[in-house]
Design a protein around this ligand. Structure first.
Ligand code: 2P0
Length: 319
């Protein structure tokens, strides 16, 4: 029976994806840009041919909603597929705003196509992973990647590409966890609700292209001050847009604000660093590797957990 195992790393967006122009094809309303991070990873094994469709996620049977997303993606790979067994493990908290769906669907797309005997290009894998979860399009690549908005109605030009490789810039992303539990509202529901009810949504969509252009250039120049300005602006605008939804989508907790203030204070003391936040209260801080220890120690005074992550490699087959 054909079996393949793939590993992928999660990514954290520096220019955020929030909102869809096509829900069925999972096409975004804005382009986005991210850093893929190690050592956090998802390892997924796909057995292409089993007695029944089975999803085991971190040692438990997947819920009906999880199974429908996973097997839905496998149907796109082969509509005449056999029954399939999927075993997937995250070595970090699931659904805590740490982008577990990004590594999860990237690993699934690669493991499943390999087990099915299909050879796909990185672009094709990214397009496929996007159908499972938007942010997964970016985790096919290591280092710094951008997910193109695309123009086509069929979405075939909406995939990610590498802006700069894993070893381009010696930075760290420090993840300060203030709540490792599942989020109050999923990204998928939160973004749909924001799109449908926030009066700021059109402004968010309009402002995104400039952020992307500035972030690309800051990454190429390894300019953390310039990148920091863009990443904080993108995160603040995304959250402002959510907060203006009706009712508000509010992921922040008191620790989130404390971490943001701490980053500003460290910057005033001459340490280059910048924060971002996703669909959860946890704060991620980008910092040159040489300053990571100081920043992590400061965040550890209040955060429940602090993880120091480094640029990771692309999704890959390991067995
Ligand atoms: C991002 N997030 O760019 C943004 C920022 C969260 C905040 O992508 O509906 O799980 O599966 O495409 O990719 C999280 O949303 O949403 C996300 P779907 P996804 O990383």
């Amino acid at each position: 029976m054909p079996v393949a195992t793939a590993v992928a790393h999660p990514n954290i967006a520096l220019c955020k994806y929030w909102g869809k122009r096509d829900r069925a094809l999972n096409l975004p309303s804005v382009g986005s840009l991210s850093l893929t991070l190690a050592p956090f990873s998802t390892t997924t094994t796909v057995e292409w041919g089993a007695d029944f469709d089975e999803l085991v996620l971190n040692g438990r049977t997947g819920t009906a909603a999880e199974a429908s997303k996973v097997f839905g993606l496998l149907d796109l790979i082969d509509s005449w597929r056999p029954r399939v067994r999927v075993l997937t493990e995250n070595d970090f908290p699931t659904a805590a705003g740490l982008a577990s769906s990004s590594s999860g669907f990237a690993a699934l797309a690669l493991a499943a196509t390999t087990a099915a005997g299909q050879k796909r290009s990185a672009e094709e894998l990214s397009t496929l992973a996007r159908r499972g979860s938007g942010s997964a399009a970016r985790s096919i690549f290591g280092g710094w990647s951008e997910w193109k908005l695309g123009e086509r109605e069929d979405g075939l030009d909406s995939y990610a590409f590498e802006i700069a490789p894993q070893d381009h810039w010696d930075v760290r992303m420090i993840v300060a966890i203030f709540d490792a539990g599942p989020k109050s509202i999923s990204s998928r529901d939160g973004m749909l609700h924001t799109q449908q009810t926030s009066p700021y949504y059109p402004a968010w969509v309009q402002s995104a292209p400039r952020d992307l252009a500035e972030a690309r250039s800051a990454i190429r120049n390894r300019d953390l001050a310039a990148l920091g300005t863009v990443m904080e602006r993108s995160a603040l605008r995304m959250h402002a847009c959510m907060m203006a939804a009706d009712p508000a989508v509010l992921y922040w907790k008191s620790g989130s604000l404390w971490a943001q203030e701490t980053v500003r204070m460290l910057r005033d003391q001459g340490i280059p660093c910048a924060w971002t936040m996703d669909a959860g209260p946890n704060v991620k801080v980008l910092v040159p590797a040489a300053h990571a220890g100081v920043v992590a120690a400061r965040l550890a005074r209040v955060a429940e957990q602090v993880h120091v992550l480094e640029p990771g490699g692309p999704a890959r087959i390991v067995g």
